[in-house]
Design a protein around this ligand. Sequence first.
Ligand SMILES: [Mg+2]
Length: 418
Amino acid sequence: MLALVDGNNFYVSCERVFDPRLEGIPVGVLSNNDGCFVARSAELKALGVKMGQPAFQIRDLLRRHQVRVLSSNYALYGDMSQRVGAVLGRFAPRIEGYSIDESFLDLSDLGADAPVALGREIRATVRRWTGIPTCVGIGPTKTLAKLANRVAKKVPGLAGVCDLCDPETRARILADFPAADVWGIGPALSRKLAGVGIRTAADLAAMPRTQARQLLAVTGARIVAELQGESCIALELAPPAKQATAVTRSFGEVVTAWPDMAAAVGSFAARAAEKIRAEGSLSASLTVFMQTSPFRKDPQYAVGFTATLPPTDDTLTLVSHAVRIARGLWRDGIRFAKAGVILQDLSPAAEYAGDLFSPPRRGSVELMASIDAINARYGRGTISPAVAGGGRRGWRLKSQTCSPAYTTKLADVPRVRT
Ligand SMILES: [Mg+2]
């Protein structure tokens, strides 16, 4: 038995925890660079604003309804996600963190004879301890738990918990659920299904296996089996090791001066180094790329270069390589809109042996640990290589209405007066 616990309008809910004035009014959170809506409160959904809609297209509507539009605050959302995960860990030892706001919990060994009551308790505890509202979907497979969660979100009478373990309830609910909304059925599969008259999840679940395999291939056949209650998609308890770590950004303003590009690439490399250290990896391959915007009438230019290095996670080494590569790619007179740093060929730092000619890691390890500790305590970028702090700030992301880092930066922690 699996439960999917999913935060409701997660980014908006994180913002509301620390700013209760956002309750009950339309609130939206924008993507990087303040472009498109990536989270909408129920009130904003009711105004017809779609997921992924660019904010500039609906400026009048936003003004008319006094919509609160916020820049994304990933420091806050990431930290709140960890807090929710920690609460869930008290209920079930086997958990897969599926996305920033969704976790699968394995309830099978917990002897839960009343799964709905357990779901209610999980939900109430997460709400009380973190402030985040969630819904809980319960089922014998991941696909059914996902589907149950959607139903829990949509049907107010269920009070946030839907259990599809009972075959009769399941049959009734699947008959009402559009096949196109089943987890893993994209627009292409859903067109194929409509072509053979399959409209509901119940139709899909009733599909003979051979037909499913012919029409929908292996992935689709697995979805059909999962809807029938046969578990085919296992819980991923440890995230698979990453093959690469990328830090890439579209600039807030085009970059036309080398010091600005050096600052951007330097800070991307520093951030990428921090990320692989957090994962315990070393990188032996560094790519830097930069490009113009295909949406502008500027002369187009896109370049990249990859260098191999001795395995390292040292910020100073990676930043100096990245800036040197960027210098080689740089052309005066080009209006750059985007750049990035990608670290590849990752290996576990714990297994690093090196050879006779490898630079020693001692010293670097302690220095990097100190930098990470200071930045974790006082906020990202408190200590960074000088090059990353140079240039004008124009390349930085537009983030005009970002809330404070309430939980991850000492200066931003809310004060309470009594
Ligand atoms: Mg969600």
